[in-house]
Write a protein that binds this ligand. Structure first.
Ligand SMILES: [Zn+2]
Length: 499
């Protein structure tokens, strides 16, 4: 067998990098070695001498034969092997699809069949869920891929110390079901968050945390609680736009107008403390995870612990190139801590980076701390200086949606008041969530009028007009959420909200 030159298969390496980033841990992924041709190996994770994932060129070619599903099929394998590494299945020196004639045989004997099956199914579920979060749509590809591997590699249906072919395919299907449910709940949770229903979003994230306790879910759960706490505060109490960071897509800011009732104080504190725990948990998994660090600094500032907020940002490795969000929360905390010179420097630098809400924050900070803490002056100023990026009043009419045909249905109970059922369609999801007598029906749609994934922000404004709510990473329309990756549409979510 011959090892390929590093220049080859660049797209495989890019996928590998993307998938390992989504697992979200401080550890670097194992070295990826692509073995030319067809070996006994197929694909595998090795622990010694150093962590390595090996992949046959043949299996890449098999995936390529899946046409439009080729990257999805490859994502299944890479993500499965990475799951073994990130879930620390190290002690049994595992590999995915074969057991013949290698030094690993001895290790394999040490692990019981039951354990192996449990590890395989965990790697399947986590791998598939992670592939979804990385933007792949592996639904349906996995059982087909397994069947093809047994065929091309002429594997016997039964291999000693390894689940049988039938068991492997059954378990792949079960894993797909679980990953689909997880992804549906993830999508619903983020949509509730975008619709500012934080309590229901929190229920969904809590459900997810029991099954997929990753840094991203911890962060987003914390975001739901932090945003709920902010929404309970009076507008003049939080006149700055806080740089709350939702992972991967949505960088939300909080326009709040509700009055701060005194009996809310206890609730706000509980929410902030819970959010704090979730961000700290995310950071325990990955100490360099910037969104959780920025969010935790927001929590500290809101709890009145300004020095901790400043300290959190000062701990970031990227001191020379802090993001505008990191600078913004440090600026707010400096101001609250009466370190005006440093506050002004950070506010100005954040604005220079044209971060979201920074013009508003800079203008407000120029008024000084005494002004910011004077409720009536702040209210008056906010009335004249409502951030233009928050809400606009026009509700453009929407055109017809292109429906996606429905196939299997999944149902799961979130808690006694919330049920969710979803329909797994041709690689896309449509799902319904019922909570507190409200029903949210979300469908991922492929296009609306002339818009599709990849359309620019200018295109979207041309076709749909101004959004109801505009954020850097998503725009909210009546019945439609447009998610962006930079300037390009990354996702179109149609929603219906009924009492
Ligand atoms: Zn495996």
């Amino acid at each position: 067998m011959r090892v390929s030159a590093p220049a080859q298969n660049n797209y495989v390496r890019e996928m590998y990098q993307k998938l390992s980033l989504t697992f979200g841990e401080a550890r670097n992924p194992p070295e990826l070695i692509i073995v030319q041709g067809k070996s006994d190996l197929i694909a595998g994770y090795f622990t010694s001498p150093s962590p390595t994932i090996k992949l046959d060129q043949e299996i890449i070619d098999i995936c390529r034969s899946f046409g439009k599903d080729s990257t999805n099929a490859l994502a299944v394998i890479l993500s499965h092997e990475l799951a073994h590494f990130y879930r620390r299945h190290d002690w049994c020196g595992e590999f995915a699809f074969a057991v013949r004639g290698t030094a690993l045989s001895q290790n394999l004997k040490n692990a019981s069949n039951t354990n192996r099956s449990a590890f395989e199914s965990q790697a399947d579920v986590d791998g598939l869920f992670n592939a979804c979060l990385s933007g792949y749509r592996p639904f349906g590809a996995y059982p087909k891929l397994l069947a093809k591997i047994y065929d091309v590699y002429k594997r016997p249906d039964k291999i000693p110390n390894y689940p049988t072919k039938k068991e492997r395919i059954e378990s792949a299907k079960a894993a797909e079901q679980q990953a689909t449910e997880g992804y549906a709940v993830f999508l619903t949770a983020n949509t509730w968050l975008q619709l500012s229903n934080y309590e229901v979003a929190t229920q969904h994230f809590d459900w997810l945390l029991k099954k997929f306790p990753s840094r991203e879910i911890f962060n987003n759960a914390g975001v739901a609680q932090l945003l709920q706490a902010l929404s309970l505060k009076a507008r003049h109490e939080v006149p700055f736009i806080y740089p709350v960071e939702l992972d991967s897509r949505s960088r939300l800011f909080t326009p709040n107008t509700r009055s701060g009732l005194e009996d809310n104080d206890r609730k706000i504190e509980v929410l902030l403390k819970t959010a704090q725990r979730n961000f700290e948990e995310a950071l325990r998994k990955d100490p360099d995870y910037t969104p959780a660090c920025v969010n935790l600094a927001c929590v500290f500032d809101l709890l009145g612990n300004y020095e901790a907020a400043i300290g959190k940002i000062n701990e970031l490795k990227s001191q020379r190139s802090l993001s505008s969000n990191a600078l913004t929360i440090r600026a707010i905390a400096y101001l609250h801590n009466e370190q005006m010179e440093k506050a002004n420097r950070d506010f100005a630098e954040a604005q220079r980076l044209s971060g979201f809400g920074t013009t508003h924050n800079f203008a407000l900070a120029q008024k000084g701390l005494a002004f910011v803490q004077n409720a009536s002056e702040v209210v008056e100023w906010l009335e004249k200086n409502t951030p233009t990026q928050s809400f606009v009043s026009t509700k453009p009419p929407l055109g017809t949606f292109k429906a996606i045909s429905a196939t299997p249905t999944i149902k799961l109970a979130l808690n006694p008041t919330t049920t969710l059922s979803g329909i797994l369609t041709t690689g896309e999801l449509s799902l319904e969530s019922k909570s507190n007598a409200k029903v949210l029906k979300i469908s991922k749609i492929l296009s609306i009028e002339a818009l599709t994934v990849g359309s620019s922000k200018a295109n979207v404004k041309e076709v749909l007009g101004l959004p109801i709510k505009e954020n850097p990473t998503y725009w909210l329309y009546d019945g439609l959420i447009v998610n962006f990756d930079g300037d390009a549409v990354s996702e179109l979510l149609q929603y219906q909200l009924k009492e």
